[in-house]
Design a protein around this ligand. Structure first.
Ligand SMILES: Cc1cc2nc3c(=O)[nH]c(=O)nc-3n(C[C@H](O)[C@H](O)[C@H](O)COP(=O)(O)O)c2cc1C
Length: 554
C-alpha cells in the first residue's frame, strides 16, 4: 500500500531533524566546485531594466505595518522597481580583503544561498514615457522573471490584449500578480536533506519582505490562497520549461498586488483566465546554476507530495488588540529595510527594555489590514517559546508568546506539567513558563551556536503540527512560510530598536522539544531566532549594492 502524504511529510520531518549525536544527512563538506549561482537568469530574453530608487518612499517605522499614511505609488515601472528593490533587491556586497565578494539582499537567506525566485505578471502599462527605465524601453503586458543581479525584468511570455481588462473585472481592482518559487538545489548543495525546510523559511521571509515594501508604496499583497500549486505553475509557464537537471523551480505561492483594497480580494483566478495562460508561448531558458549536483531523493520525493490542491476561497479574521505604538524608531522605514543584516556574533552584554521587547513581539501578531500578516496566508499556527536572557524589567527564564489563543488549553496540556503559565508583563499573550538562566541551554540546542545565548533573547517557533499535517499535508510548507514571516518582522524590529537579529535554522529539534516537555509531535519547533547587541565582523569590507551596474543606471 502507498504511504499516505501525511506519513511522508512526517517521515521527511523526522529524517531531517538534527540530533546531538547525528545531524540531518548532507554532504558534510562544501564542494566549492559545484556552488550554485545565486542569480537565475532566463537566457534568450531581452531584459527590461528597472530604475533604482533615487529617493526612498517616505514612511516611518510603523508605516511598515499600517497603511493610512503611505502615499499610493502608481503601478509604473518606477513603482515596480521600488517594490522589488526594497523587497528582493541587493542590499550590499561584502568582501574579504583581496578575496571573494558576495551579494547580500533585502531578504535574508539560509547560508545566503537564496533559493527564492520571483516572477511577475504585469499588464501593459499606460503612459509609456513614465514607464521608461532606459530610453527606448517599452513595457509590454507579459510574464516576467525578476533578475535581482541586474534589477531587471526578463519577459517570458506576452499576455493576450484583453488580459488586463479580464483581470480587472475579476479583482474589481487594478493590480498585478507576483509568484515566488524555490530551487531546492541551491540549499541542498550545502545543507543536504534539511534544505527543503530552509527553502520554505526563505519564501516566508520573501513574502513578508514583499508585503512591507508594498505597504510603503500604498500597495497590499494578498496570497491567492485558493489556487493549487499546478495553477501557479501554469501561470508561470512552468509546464513549457525544460529545466537544467536538479535545478527546477517549484512554485510556492502566487499573490495579487493591489492598491489598499476597500473590500475583500478574491483568492482564486477564474478558470478561463487560467486556461489562457496555457496558450501563451513562453520563451527564455533558465541558466544552469551548477556544473554538477548531488541527488537527494528524499527532497524530490517530498516535493512531489507537497503540491497544494485547489481549496475553497476563505478569508481569515484575526483577533489581536490594536498595534503597540511605543517605543518607535526614528529611522525611516526604508532605512530599516536597507540596513537589515544578520548578526554573526553577539556581545553577551547588551540588554533591551521590557517595553522594546513587548513592542517587538507585538508586531508578530496577525491583524487584518496590518502588514505583513494581512497577506492572509492562514490562521496563525505558530507560537514563540522564548529564552529571555537580557530584558530589563523581566526576569530571565523561559516564556511563551501566544499567537493564537485557541491553542492555549491544548498547549498547557502538551507542554511540561510543571510550567507555571504566569501572565507576564500584563499582556495576555506573554506567559512565564519557568524562571532561570537559559543562556547555555539556548546555545546548546542551537547546534552549539553561541549567538543564541549571547543575545538579549532567543526563541524557538513552535508550530501546531500533527493535526494540521494529518488533515492537510500540503500545508507543511505554509508552516515554514509563517515562521519566515515572523522572522522578517523580528529582523526589522531588531533594527528599529537599535539591536540586530539572526535566523537560526540549525538547532537540535528534539532537544528543544525536551526542554518544552513535548512528548509527541502535536507541536514542533520549526525555526529559531536570536536578537541582541551585535559584534561586527571587522575583517569584512562593505560595498554599495549596485556598484556592478553601469554608472548611468545607479
Ligand atoms: C532560514 C534561515 C536560517 C538561518 N540559519 C542561520 C544559522 O543557523 N546560523 C547563523 O549564524 N545564521 C543563520 N542565518 C542567517 C543567514 O546566514 C543570513 O541571512 C545570510 O548569510 C544573509 O545575510 P543577511 O541576513 O545579513 O542578508 C539564517 C537565515 C535564514 C533566513
Amino acid at each position: 500500500m502507498e504511504p499516505s502524504p501525511a506519513w511522508q511529510v512526517f517521515r521527511y520531518h523526522e529524517e531531517t531533524k538534527h540530533h546531538f549525536h547525528r545531524y540531518a544527512r548532507s554532504l558534510g563538506y562544501l564542494d566549492w566546485e559545484t556552488q550554485p549561482n545565486p542569480f537565475r537568469t532566463y537566457e534568450g530574453t531581452t531584459p527590461v531594466l528597472l530604475p533604482l530608487l533615487k529617493k526612498d518612499p517616505e514612511g516611518g517605522h510603523l508605516d511598515l505595518y499600517e497603511r493610512p499614511h503611505n502615499a499610493f505609488w502608481d503601478f509604473t515601472l518606477t513603482g515596480i522597481g521600488a517594490f522589488l528593490e526594497l523587497s528582493l533587491g541587493l542590499s550590499a556586497w561584502k568582501s574579504i580583503p583581496a578575496g571573494n565578494r558576495w551579494a547580500l539582499r533585502m531578504n535574508p537567506s539560509s547560508g545566503n544561498l537564496h533559493p527564492t525566485e520571483a516572477h511577475l505578471v504585469l499588464p501593459a502599462m499606460e503612459g509609456a514615457s513614465r514607464f521608461q527605465a532606459v530610453a527606448g524601453t517599452r513595457v509590454e503586458g507579459s510574464v516576467y522573471h525578476y533578475n535581482a543581479y541586474s534589477h531587471a525584468l526578463e519577459p517570458r511570455a506576452l499576455l493576450p490584449p484583453d488580459y488586463a481588462q479580464r483581470m480587472r473585472s475579476h479583482f474589481q481592482s487594478p493590480g498585478f500578480l507576483i509568484g515566488l518559487t524555490h530551487i531546492a538545489w541551491r540549499e541542498a548543495w550545502k545543507y543536504g536533506e534539511r534544505a527543503l525546510r530552509y527553502c520554505h523559511h526563505d519564501a516566508g521571509h520573501a513574502l513578508a519582505a514583499l508585503s512591507f515594501a508594498g505597504n510603503l508604496l500604498g500597495w497590499k499583497v494578498t496570497v491567492l490562497s485558493a489556487l493549487s500549486t499546478d495553477d501557479a505553475a501554469v501561470v508561470l509557464g512552468f509546464p513549457q520549461i525544460t529545466w537544467p537537471s536538479f535545478e527546477e523551480e517549484r512554485p510556492d505561492l502566487l499573490c495579487f498586488v493591489s492598491p489598499a483594497p476597500q473590500k475583500a480580494i478574491p483568492r482564486a483566478l477564474p478558470s478561463d483566465l487560467l486556461q489562457a495562460f496555457t496558450h501563451l508561448r513562453f520563451q527564455g531558458a533558465p541558466n544552469a546554476l551548477s556544473k554538477d549536483h548531488v541527488e537527494w531523493p528524499l527532497i524530490q520525493e517530498t516535493e512531489q507530495i507537497l503540491d497544494k490542491p485547489r481549496t475553497p476561497e476563505t478569508s481569515v479574521r484575526f483577533e489581536a488588540p490594536s498595534l503597540v505604538r511605543e517605543p518607535v524608531s526614528a529611522l525611516p522605514a526604508a532605512r530599516l529595510i536597507r540596513q537589515r543584516r544578520s548578526a554573526v556574533d553577539y556581545d553577551g552584554v547588551t540588554s533591551i527594555t521590557q517595553a522594546q521587547f513587548l513592542a517587538m513581539l507585538d508586531k508578530t501578531l496577525p491583524r487584518n489590514g496590518v502588514a505583513p500578516f494581512d497577506v492572509e496566508l492562514d490562521e496563525p499556527l505558530v507560537h514563540l517559546a522564548l529564552f529571555v536572557h537580557r530584558v530589563t524589567g523581566l526576569e530571565s527564564g523561559l516564556y511563551f508568546w501566544l499567537r493564537n489563543a485557541a491553542h492555549l488549553m491544548d498547549l498547557k496540556r502538551s507542554l511540561h506539567r510543571d510550567f507555571v503559565w504566569e501572565v507576564a508583563a500584563g499582556t495576555r499573550s506573554l506567559y512565564l513558563l519557568h524562571r532561570g538562566d537559559f543562556r547555555a541551554e539556548a546555545a546548546k540546542i542551537s547546534c552549539g551556536q553561541s549567538i543564541a545565548g549571547d543575545s538579549a533573547f532567543s526563541l524557538g517557533m513552535l508550530a501546531h503540527f500533527r493535526p494540521v499535517i494529518e488533515r492537510t499535508p500540503w500545508r507543511y510548507p505554509a508552516l515554514f512560510w509563517e515562521t519566515g514571516m515572523i522572522g522578517q518582522v523580528l529582523y526589522l524590529e531588531a533594527e528599529a530598536c537599535g539591536v540586530r537579529a539572526t535566523g537560526i535554522g540549525c538547532f537540535f529539534d528534539d532537544a528543544v522539544h525536551d526542554i518544552l516537555g513535548l512528548r509527541n509531535n502535536a507541536y514542533q519547533s520549526l525555526y529559531h531566532f536570536t536578537v541582541g547587541g551585535p559584534v561586527e565582523d571587522l575583517r569584512l569590507e562593505t560595498h554599495p549594492p549596485y556598484d556592478h551596474l553601469p554608472a548611468d543606471r545607479r
